[in-house]
Design a protein around this ligand. Structure first.
Ligand code: SF4
Length: 495
C-alpha cells in the first residue's frame, strides 16, 4: 500500500525523482496522451466554443446546485432508483455497507470510481469483512499490488509491463510472461467469474442528468456495464457536483471528456442508467441506489474562487500536461487526486493543515489551464490557496524554527526591496553579485552549489539542486546602452 502522505510531498517528490523505473513508466505519458489529445481535438471545429459552453453549463449548475440536485433526485426516484444523501465520506461508506448487509451480500464487484477512492470505500468494506473486487484492469492490478491509483484515468500508469507480469506470477500464479494478450485474457477470465457470482455492483458516476434522473458512466472495457447490469443491486456513489441540467448537455461533455482524457473521440462504452429495470423480463438490476455525497464540496461551492474546482470532469488532461506530474507521478502527492487538480482539491477536501505543500507543487506554467476542457483556472486556484496558507501562517502560532525561518525570509525581502528600489544600491548589488558569482559559475551556468553556499544562500541551494541557474550577464543593458547602443536607434527614439 502506498504510505506516502501529502504532508511529505517534497520528500516524496525527491524519492520519485530518483526512481528510474517510475521515470521509465512515465516517460511516454505526455507524448502518448498529449499527442492523442491534439489529434482528437483537431477533429472538432468549434473546440474553444465547446469549452466555453461546458464551463457555462457547469457555472450555471453550480450556482443553483440545490435546485438541480432536488430535480435529479425526484426524477431518479420516479424511475425507480433510491436516493441516499451523505454529508461526508464516513456516512457514504456506512450507507453502502448497510445496503450490502441488508442484502446479506458477500460478493461485491466494483467498477472504476474516483469518488469511492476518495472515501476509501474498499478499506471500509474490508474492515467489515467484505472484499470488493475491482474490475477495471488498471484498478484490479493496483488492488492486487495493494497500492493506490497514481492517475485519475489510468490508475496503474506508474507500473511497467515487467512489474505487472511479475505481479501476475506472484498473485495469480500464472507462468512468467510479458505477453499482453495472455495477461489481459487471464484477468478477463478471473473477473468474468466474479461478475457471475456478484450480488452487488458498485460504480461511480460521470454525469447525473437532473432533467431525467439518468446517470452516465463512461469506460472502455465493458466492466462498468457488467458491474451495473449483472448484479441484482447496483449502488452508484456520486459527488454532488456531477449534476448537469439537461440530457442534451451530454452532447457537449461527451465531445470534450474522452478527447481530453485519452484522446478518443468517444469511449468504447457509454452506459446511461435511468432507474431500475421496468419489468420482470427486462434487463438491468432490480434495485438502483444512488449515494449523493457532499464530503467538503459545499465548502468549495461557497466561495466564488474555489467553486470552479467543482467544474472538474476528471478527464486527467491536466495531469498529462503537467511538467511536475510527468516527473514524479501520482503517489508523491499522497492523495487519490494527484497532479494539478489534485493540488487544488485535496487541500479543500481534507483541510490545508497537512496538505499545504501541494499548492506549491506547480511551476504555474499554465499548461493545465490550457488543456482543461472546462477552462478551470488551476494556476489562479493554486495562488488563492497559497495566499490562504500564507495568511493562516501569518495569523497562527509558529514553532521557534518556523518563526526564525519567517524572520529570515522577511528580512531577505526587505533587503531586496531596499536594494532594488534605489538605482545606486541596485548597481552596487548587481556589480557585487557579478563578482561573487565567479566563485560558483562554470561555462556561463551555476551548477549544484556546495553545502556551505546552500546554507548561506538557501534559494540558490534549492534551485541548483536539480537544475542549473543562469549567471548574471557580464554587462547590464544600461552599460551596453551607455557604450553606444542608443547610437544605432533613430534620433527620435533615443530617449
Ligand atoms: S481540472 Fe480540467 S483538465 Fe484537470 S481533470 Fe479536471 S477537467 Fe480535466
Amino acid at each position: 500500500m502506498n504510505q506516502q502522505t501529502s504532508e511529505n510531498f517534497a520528500q516524496n517528490a525527491r524519492v520519485a525523482l530518483q526512481d528510474t523505473t517510475l521515470r521509465g513508466a512515465l516517460k511516454n505519458l505526455a507524448k502518448t496522451f498529449g499527442g492523442r489529445r491534439k489529434t482528437a481535438i483537431s477533429s472538432v471545429e468549434n473546440w474553444e466554443e465547446l469549452r466555453e459552453k461546458a464551463r457555462s453549463i457547469k457555472d450555471e449548475t453550480l450556482l443553483h446546485l440545490d435546485k438541480y440536485l432536488e430535480k435529479f433526485a425526484e426524477n431518479a426516484e420516479k424511475a425507480g432508483a433510491k436516493i441516499h444523501w451523505a454529508r461526508d465520506g464516513k456516512e457514504a461508506c456506512q450507507i453502502v455497507l448497510d445496503l450490502i448487509n441488508t442484502k446479506n451480500a458477500v460478493h461485491v464487484v466494483k467498477s472504476k470510481s474516483m469518488a469511492t477512492e476518495e472515501i476509501h470505500l474498499n478499506h471500509a468494506l474490508e474492515n467489515s469483512g467484505i472484499e470488493p473486487v475491482e474490475t477495471d484492469l488498471g484498478e484490479w492490478i493496483i488492488q492486487l499490488a495493494e497500492e493506490t491509483p497514481s492517475h485519475i484515468v489510468v490508475p496503474a500508469i506508474h507500473k511497467t509491463k515487467k512489474q505487472i507480469a511479475e505481479l501476475f506470477v506472484e498473485k495469480v500464479g500464472i507462468a512468467p510472461t510479458e505477453d499482453v494478450d495472455v495477461l489481459t485474457k487471464t484477468a478477463r477470465n478471473i473477473l468474468r467469474s466474479k461478475f457471475a457470482e456478484a450480488e452487488i455492483g458498485i460504480s461511480g458516476v460521470n454525469f447525473g442528468v437532473a432533467e431525467t434522473g439518468t446517470i452516465l458512466i463512461l469506460e472502455n472495457e465493458g466492466n462498468a456495464r457488467l458491474t451495473t447490469s449483472l448484479p441484482k443491486t447496483h449502488i452508484a456513489v456520486m459527488g454532488i457536483e456531477k449534476i448537469i441540467p439537461k440530457f442534451t448537455d451530454l452532447d457537449v461533455f461527451l465531445k470534450l471528456l474522452p478527447r481530453s482524457g485519452t484522446g478518443q473521440k468517444l469511449t468504447t462504452y457509454q452506459s446511461l442508467i435511468t432507474g431500475t429495470k421496468q419489468n420482470a423480463n427486462g434487463e438491468g438490476p432490480e434495485e438502483v441506489h444512488i449515494v449523493l455525497m457532499d464530503n467538503g464540496r459545499s465548502k468549495m461551492l461557497a466561495h466564488p474562487v474555489t467553486r470552479q474546482s467543482l467544474a472538474c470532469i476528471r478527464c486527467g488532461a491536466c495531469l498529462n500536461a503537467c511538467p511536475v506530474y510527468q516527473q514524479i507521478g501520482g503517489h508523491a502527492y499522497g492523495s487519490v487526486y494527484p497532479g494539478p487538480i489534485g493540488a487544488v482539491i485535496t487541500p479543500q477536501l481534507v483541510g490545508i493543515g497537512k496538505t499545504k505543500q501541494l499548492p506549491y507543487a506547480s511551476s504555474l506554467c499554465g499548461a493545465c489551464r490550457e488543456v482543461c476542457p472546462v477552462k478551470i483556472d488551476i494556476p489562479g486556484l493554486l495562488l488563492h490557496l497559497r495566499a490562504e496558507i500564507t495568511e493562516g501562517e501569518a495569523n497562527g502560532k509558529k514553532s521557534d524554527s518556523e518563526a526564525k525561518g519567517k524572520f529570515a525570509e522577511s528580512l531577505a525581502f526587505k533587503v531586496y526591496s531596499i536594494a532594488w528600489g534605489n538605482a545606486g544600491t541596485y548597481k552596487f548589488g548587481t556589480k557585487t553579485a557579478r563578482f561573487m558569482q565567479k566563485a560558483v559559475a562554470k561555462n556561463g551556468k551555476i551548477g549544484k552549489v556546495s553545502n556551505l553556499m546552500a546554507k548561506i544562500a538557501p534559494p540558490l541551494g534549492n534551485w541548483t539542486e536539480f537544475r542549473d541557474a543562469p549567471t548574471i550577464a557580464p554587462k547590464s543593458f544600461r552599460d551596453i546602452w551607455a557604450e553606444g547602443l542608443k547610437e544605432d536607434l533613430p534620433a527620435n527614439e533615443r530617449e
